[in-house]
Ligand binder design. Structure first.
Ligand code: GLN
Length: 553
């Protein structure tokens, strides 16, 4: 175990050259490495945009909105932090320019500044520094990742705050790690270092000298090039690292950085002494992903944003974890919900061993999702519906088994005669889009003997939510008579959290988002159960002997 430090140390992670370098993953990997050295780490993401939070941003702008236990709607990098570390994650863990200005303006209106002129320096920078320091509770190290790229106008106040804070913290108490790109020029057959030199130069202009460089590259970086970068950027040779594109999964990144001694270097520079570290469990899972003993299984994910890499980030990662837990690689066939409407479920889903219907808002593609549920239900193919996916399953079941052809969610058809999914009493009339959802962790009680109970291995669970609409209890009895099992309810019994179907190999819909709570070394039981069922489906089809589920609850 490492010696606990007396002062909390700060690491700032900045990015240069281009965006989308995987700064979140690199920051999360560093956090993971330090935790494995016995340190307590808090992760934090600073976003330079003016939206107060990403909650109302479109998936086209932003990708997934990751929800924390306390209901904070955050940037998707917080999902990486959750999956790679056990950092506390709460409303201090993510803030934006909008949030900072909002708070400063509120203070100004209250008269807190006693009539002074309110300025970027010192008032905005002070607010930023206070937010960074707020994350330094009960931990040894805070890792603050600054969104955007060095050189962006909007990132300047944050970098200025970091410069000031580093000075205030004193030598050896903070560290700037700068992530850059070494682009490969095909024509000359070389990796180029100039953009890295320029972005470090840009940081220096602001008064920040990065002590560690992590260079992304798509191919091997010759040793003399690494040394050249160190020399030109004023960074120690042993503090210049290469993060080459990983082959099979993002979970290899911490191992790539550890192999070069990045964790040792960080500890040395922050004057923390440390002993060994144990990566066996993580390494074992990474090996399984590289060479899965049970081969590959294909499942479909049906959603509205399948063309976007990041819209279903946590779902894709949870699927990967569940694959590793079951010793297989999972190939995901991404299918647009509207495509199902145009081309039919039959053609698009042919051959998949399981189907996930994703969460979402708005009517587009809803009938395609309903057709997908029907296909999985009637063909006895494992089905997993998440949030809107669960709601569409309820609509499909009501239409098909109760004969209510116009059953719908009142989100899409406000005057439907059969609102099987509806707003709760008291929620009606709410029109403001910000802050009107059921957000964050809620307890749920599982019905003994249900599939959910068997998979979780306990009757009380907590899961995270992000939705407005709920199952309409008026239809509960009728659906139960048709073999629907309401296996997860809120403790007061008023809200349905999980829906299952009897006489089906795997049919589960959850009103919550299980994908926000899955880790490589602690995969989510419902995802693991779903992939185990998909493997059984695959083996039944190919006539192989079925192997029992290895899902860990
Ligand atoms: N649109 C649905 C609701 O608001 C589902 C939300 C979701 O899938 N996250 O209830």
């Amino acid at each position: 175990m490492a010696r606990r430090t007396t002062t909390t140390k700060h690491i700032f992670v900045t990015g240069g050259v281009v965006s989308s370098l995987g700064k979140g993953l690199t920051a999360a990997s560093i956090g993971m490495l330090l935790e494995h050295r016995g340190l307590r780490v808090a992760m934090q993401k600073i976003d330079p945009y003016i939206n107060v939070d990403p909650g109302t941003m479109s998936p086209y702008q932003h990708g997934e909105v990751y929800v924390l236990d306390d209901g904070t709607e955050t940037d998707l990098d917080l999902g990486h932090y959750y999956r790679f570390t056990s950092s506390p994650l709460n409303r201090d863990s993510n803030f934006t320019t909008g949030r900072i200005y909002y708070d400063v303006i509120m203070k100004e209106r209250r008269g807190d500044y006693l009539g002074k002129t309110v300025q970027v320096v010192p008032h905005i920078t002070d607010e930023i520094k206070a937010r960074i320091r707020a994350a330094a509770r009960d931990v040894d190290v805070v890792i603050s990742e600054v969104g955007g790229t060095v050189g962006d106008i909007e990132g300047l106040p944050f970098l200025e705050a970091i410069r000031q804070l580093s000075y205030e913290l004193g030598r050896g108490n903070s560290l700037c790690i700068h992530l850059t790109l070494l682009p490969y020029l095909k024509a000359s057959g070389e990796l180029k270092t100039k953009p890295t030199q320029h972005s470090v130069g840009k940081l220096r202009e602001i008064g920040i000298q990065p002590q560690i460089l992590v260079c992304r590259a798509e191919r091997d970086v010759p040793e003399e090039l690494r040394l050249k970068i160190a020399r030109f950027c004023n960074v120690d040779e042993e503090a210049t690292f290469v993060e080459k594109d990983v082959e099979t999964s993002i979970y290899e990144i911490p191992l790539v950085l550890r192999d070069q001694g990045l964790d040792r270097q960080v500890l040395r520079m922050l004057d923390i002494d440390s002993r060994g570290s144990d990566f066996t469990e993580w390494q074992t899972m990474v090996e399984v992903l590289r060479d899965p003993p049970r081969g590959e299984v294909e499942v479909a994910l049906v959603g509205k944003y399948i063309e976007l890499q990041d819209a279903y980030k946590s779902k894709y990662e949870s699927i990967t974890h569940a694959g590793a837990a079951n010793g297989c690689r999972v190939k995901v066939r991404r299918i647009g919900a509207e495509q199902v409407e145009d081309e039919g479920a039959e053609r698009l889903l042919e051959g998949v061993a399981g189907v996930i219907v994703a969460s979402g808002f708005g009517e587009r593609g809803i009938e395609g999702k309903i057709q997908t549920v029907r296909w999985a239900r009637t063909r006895q193919v494992p089905f997993f519906g998440i949030c809107l996916g669960m709601q569409t399953a309820v609509i499909e079941l009501a239409r098909a088994t109760l004969g209510l052809a116009d059953a719908h969610s009142s989100e899409f058809v406000p005057d439907t005669p059969h609102p099987v999914i509806d707003l709760l009493e008291g929620q009606q009339g709410v029109t403001n889009k910000g802050g009107t959802m059921r957000l964050g962790s809620y307890p749920c009680v599982l019905a003994p003997g249900s599939l959910a109970h068997r998979l979780y291995g306990r009757t009380e669970i907590t899961e995270r939510h992000r939705h407005r609409y709920e199952f309409n209890m008026a239809y509960r009895e009728a659906l139960e008579a048709q073999g629907v099992v309401f296996s997860g309810l809120s403790p007061d019994g008023r809200l349905v959290e999980i829906v299952e179907l009897r006489d089906h190999p795997f049919f589960v819909g959850t009103q919550f988002h299980p994908e926000f709570r899955s880790r490589l070394t602690l995969p989510h039981p419902l995802f693991s159960g779903f992939i185990a069922a998909a493997l059984r489906q695959r083996d039944r089809r190919t006539g192989q002997p079925a192997v029992g589920a290895t899902a860990r609850a």
